[in-house]
Design a protein around this ligand. Structure first.
Ligand code: 13P
Ligand code: SF4
Length: 350
């Protein structure tokens, strides 16, 4: 990274001292991660944001839904800043509140909304989390989805899972032992979600038709190809990958889990990792004694995570030094109240 920018970020951060706390998601660029006070997966970062009541500013190096969650979990006087407002998430954009309300009304008409528990992946807007909180549901992340689903099935007969069909299906079928036939796919762009009344009534998991464009690129052929090319390779993937990819992999888990697995791996072992490229490259550089590669031949960053770069970080920090708050992320109080119920429920999962 540009030494001049590194010096400027270092100086600005030193001037701000304890007033600023920088959170960095594992998919962030190295040039940004070097300034993070804490790095983590979405769950760890949500907990860290909630655990920093003394920081005036939480500078979130991640994507929009993460910064929103941090705003919801921090006190009113704390300010959450996202260095580039264009850092969104294509998956979170696949579930809009009016679409989810339409789906819920359909379940109400069918008389099954009362026995349905909404569960949303952290990768969703604050609006969606608010909807879930209002309707007795819970937020989950890739590191606690199974516990969240167990909690939901103790309270209802079926789950409406938003917005990642893959995390929902992988967790329900591979971790909880549900039948693939117990899951139906609700398409918000089709009338009635493209499902019959009977399908909706009988389903245990109603999966929203959303996915991650980065993890969606890994296919069964990526796994088969790497196994042929590298005998003995361990395949380690994120649960946002398709069902057939996760089934063919050796290990599956959140970004934090992926890091722990690589750290614990013996020297000389080979790992094909199915997740975002910044993280895979960082792991490969940090563990030269292990053979670490991207799961697919065609490499892929998360373009929105990559929006946060060193120039944006320097800008946000220097503006704070000058007494100006830029790119503050705020969630309206009513939405925040209900979203917090669903987030707190997640943090309280056993
Ligand atoms: P983690 O919670 O595993 O860090 O995942 C967040 C994410 O956006 C994955 O695409
Ligand atoms: Fe969203 Fe996928 Fe990027 Fe994660 S990797 S932030 S789910 S687009």
């Amino acid at each position: 990274s540009d030494p001049n920018l590194v010096a400027r970020a270092t100086a600005a951060k030193a001037k701000l001292g304890q007033r600023v706390f920088v959170l960095g998601h594992h998919y962030q660029r190295d040039e940004v991660i070097q300034f993070a006070d804490v790095t983590g997966d979405s769950f760890k970062l949500a907990r860290e944001a909630a655990a920093r009541p003394d920081a005036e500013y939480i500078l979130f190096c991640g994507v929009h839904f993460m910064a929103e969650s941090a705003d919801i979990l921090t006190s009113e006087k704390q300010r959450v800043i996202l260095p580039d407002l264009a850092a969104g998430c294509s998956m979170a954009d696949m579930a809009a509140l009016p679409q989810v309300e339409t789906a819920w009304e359909l379940l109400e008409e069918l008389g099954v909304a009362g026995s349905t528990v909404p569960v949303t992946y952290m990768n969703s807007s604050a609006d969606i989390k608010g909807f879930v909180g209002r309707n007795g549901g819970v937020v989950c992340t890739s590191s606690n989805a199974e516990r969240a689903l167990r909690w939901a099935f103790e309270r209802g007969q079926r789950v409406l899972f938003l917005p990642d069909q893959h995390l929902g299906r992988n967790t329900a079928v591979l971790e909880m032992g549900l039948d693939a036939d117990d899951c139906v796919l609700y398409d918000p762009h089709k009338p009635g979600g493209g499902l019959t009344a009977q399908q909706l009534r009988e389903a245990k998991m109603i999966l929203w038709r959303g996915h991650c464009s980065v993890h969606g690129r890994f296919t069964l052929s990526s796994v088969n190809e790497v196994r042929m090319r590298v005998p003995g390779v361990n395949v380690l993937v994120h649960p946002e990958c398709r069902y057939e990819v996760v089934t063919a992999a050796d290990y599956v888990g959140s970004t934090e889990y992926i890091i722990k697995m690589i750290e614990a791996a013996p020297a000389g072992s080979a790992w094909a990792v199915g997740t975002e490229l910044n993280l895979v490259r960082r792991l490969a550089n940090a563990h030269p004694d292990k053979q670490i590669m991207f799961l697919d031949r065609a490499v892929c960053y998360c373009s929105t995570m990559n929006r946060i770069d060193l120039p944006h970080l320097v800008w946000a920090l220097e503006e704070l030094v000058a007494g100006r708050i830029v790119n503050q992320i705020t969630v309206d109080p009513d939405t925040a109240h209900h979203a917090r119920v669903a987030l707190d429920q997640m943090l309280a999962l056993p």
